[in-house]
Write a protein that binds this ligand. Structure first.
Ligand code: FAD
Length: 466
């Protein structure tokens, strides 16, 4: 690469935060460079996160349906078998199609792309090491370096027996016994994949419930549904250490002061993620970090060093791809003098299990703890015609509204395709809608979305179907 190329904006990291910011900045007329140490664009999300996990969730769901559900629809398929290498190849093709698509978008938007590890040398100069080594100048730099898996004392990741989500997305054989440490979204999604395919899956969680942060009632219902699918849970339990013994791993789990050691084939450590800032040269430039190691930014996503900005997993907050995208867009719009902003109250959160758990806004418990007067309305999918036609009875919708103004503060869905249904709730919160607004909106019949309306009706105690 030619020495000291000049750009208006240099973006470090081509994940959803970085690549979306790069495209928006190019639309706004900036000359943009985006550098990533990986040759494939799209970051954690496209390469080893959201997309491959959903590809495997969809494949394993079909396998599960074929084995357990199709007969009840009168569909016979003979003996159902698993071709794991084929399933993995399909997942790779999905990933490749999308990462190539981002490369196409970069081309279309005339974004210069470099492969290599970036380090900030001065507030307006970035050194790149690797295939496209060199230095670039830009008065604005955007750090979107994302996050990496958090570790757990006593569990040294070896990539084979004790693994992070990255390896658990690519096991070459079905683990007979899989231990998942952490009952958050990543642990439950990957635990579900392997349980559906036939592994015996045990989930250990230090909290006394699964999916901490989500609505209590819906989390309990999801817990029961997952148990019915064969996953087993140890709550209020601490995974203390793992010792690899040949092909097995002995794991010590402590519950109520009693430690028990059990053998597993593989252990997935899914205890969260840490912002990735190593090697960026931030300490030399004086870029301030928060207590969790994330980069501190102001409302314009600018760090403590003027001209250096940051978005996505690396700045903390919910570690979600769409949150990173929103921040990337808002950040470059602010740089361009526009009024970009992110409404964190309207960022949905989804756990792609079956049924799916999706939420936006605050939980009922959170509102009450904040001293807010709230009214909650619920509707069961068991009373929804479309859900019954699909053979789905599990789950419910809960609308949490301000007791005085009726404004929706939170909307929570456990049910089939909750990840799609939650979009209506995000729009409602973004527009400051009341429960009455949803209740008065005609929803097509028969659809799963009618359960959202029914829950909104229940806020005013006037549900029709329960
Ligand atoms: P990233 O996507 O992590 O991208 C950062 C990029 O920066 C990487 O490509 C990295 O190579 C590059 N980089 C880092 N340091 C340097 C450097 N010094 N020089 C050059 N390049 C560098 N979120 C959802 O919203 N929905 C989901 O369904 C979902 N599923 C997930 C499933 C799994 C298994 C995992 C692990 C995560 C999942 N996430 C999901 C989270 C989501 O992937 C992240 O929130 C998102 O990728 C964050 O985007 P980002 O742009 O901040 O960082």
């Amino acid at each position: 690469m030619a020495e000291a190329e000049r750009y208006d904006l240099a973006v470090i990291g081509a994940g959803p935060g970085g690549y979306v910011a790069a495209i928006r900045a190019a639309q706004l007329g900036m000359r943009v460079l985006c550098v990533d140490r990986e040759a494939a664009l799209g970051g954690t999300c496209l390469r080893i996160g959201c997309i491959p996990s959903k590809a495997l969730l969809d494949s394993s769901e079909l396998f599960w349906q074929a084995r357990t559900r199709l007969a009840s629809h009168g569909v016979g398929v003979g003996e159902v078998s698993l071709d794991l290498p084929m399933m993995m190849r399909r997942k790779e093709q999905v990933v490749q199609g999308l990462t190539t698509g981002v490369a196409g978008l970069f081309k279309k938007n005339r974004i210069t792309r470099r492969t290599g590890s970036a380090r900030l040398v001065t507030p307006d100069r970035v050194a790149i090491e690797g295939p496209d080594a060199g230095t670039v100048h830009a008065p604005r730099i955007l750090i979107a370096t994302g996050s990496g898996p958090a570790t757990l004392p006593g569990f040294e990741l070896d990539g084979t027996r004790i693994v992070s989500s990255e390896e658990a997305l690519s096991f070459d054989a079905l683990p007979a016994r899989l231990l998942v440490i952490g009952a958050g979204a990543v642990g439950l999604e990957l635990g579900s994949v392997w349980a559906r395919l036939g592994s015996e899956v045990r989930v250990v969680e230090i909290a006394d419930r699964i999916v901490p942060g989500m609505d209590d009632e819906l989390a309990r219902a999801l817990h029961r549904a997952l148990e019915r699918q064969g996953l087993s849970f140890r709550l209020s339990a601490a995974a203390r250490k793992a010792v690899v013994k040949g092909a097995a791993v002995d794991v010590t789990i402590e519950t109520d002061g009693t430690a028990v050691t059990e053998a597993f084939d593989r252990v997935l450590v899914a205890v969260g993620r840490r912002p990735f800032t190593a090697g960026l040269g931030l300490d030399t430039l004086g870029v301030a970090l928060g207590p969790g190691g994330h980069i501190r930014v102001d409302e314009r996503f600018e760090t403590s060093v003027p001209g250096i900005h940051a978005v996505g997993d690396v700045i903390g907050g919910p570690m979600l791809a769409h949150k990173a995208e929103e921040e990337g867009i808002a950040c470059v719009e602010r740089i361009a003098g526009q009024a970009g902003h992110v409404n964190y109250e309207a960022i949905p959160n989804v756990v792609y299990t079956w049924p799916e758990l999706a939420a936006v806004g605050r939980t009922e418990q959170e509102c009450r703890a904040q001293g807010l007067e709230v009214t909650a309305g619920t509707a069961l999918f068991a009373a929804n015609g479309r859900a019954r036609a699909m053979g789905e009875r599990d789950g419910l919708v809960k609308v949490v509204a301000d007791g005085r103004s009726d404004r929706i503060l939170g909307l929570h869905i456990l049910g089939p395709h909750a990840s799609e249904l939650i979009a209506e709730a995000g729009l409602a919160i973004e527009f400051g809608a009341s429960a009455e607004d949803i209740a008065r909106t005609s929803h097509a019949h028969p659809t799963l979305a009618e359960a959202v309306r029914e829950a909104a009706l229940a806020v005013a105690k006037r549900s029709i179907h329960s």
